[in-house]
Design a protein. Sequence first.
Length: 143
Amino acid sequence: GNLLVLNGPNLNLLGSREPAVYGSATLDEVNELCISTAESAGFSVECIQSNHEGDLLDAIHAARGTADGIVINAGAYSHTSIALRDAISGVGLPTVEVHISNVHAREEFRHHSQLSAVSSAVIVGAGINGYALAIQHLAKLLG
Ligand code: DQA
């Protein structure tokens, strides 16, 4: 099987961005964690990051037929983007939503995600290990 790991806006800044909130790991290190976790579970993985909502939509659409499941940290678009929500429900692939920080312990505007209702699981506050947990969950789900 093949998985798509999608990271949205500002996640290219991981490692230097608010390390007290998001930790010190870089996006490259997150991608390496995703690749090694997927390989251990017998899956391949493609990791994509974009700061552009339309590019994230295109990547979700392209996953139809090429990927069996999606891990997405849509950053701030999680809280605003009905278009991303519609893309996830539109392609119908099992999707796990990840947030590095515990969004529920932060500002009120981070408490609601447009994506949660169309995701098969939501992992928040586990740091970058949330990506590994998400991949393990999808691997189990997809058999
Ligand atoms: C985030 C949480 C969002 O509220 C924020 O806008 C991000 C990162 C997280 O991984 O904790 O960009 O998705």
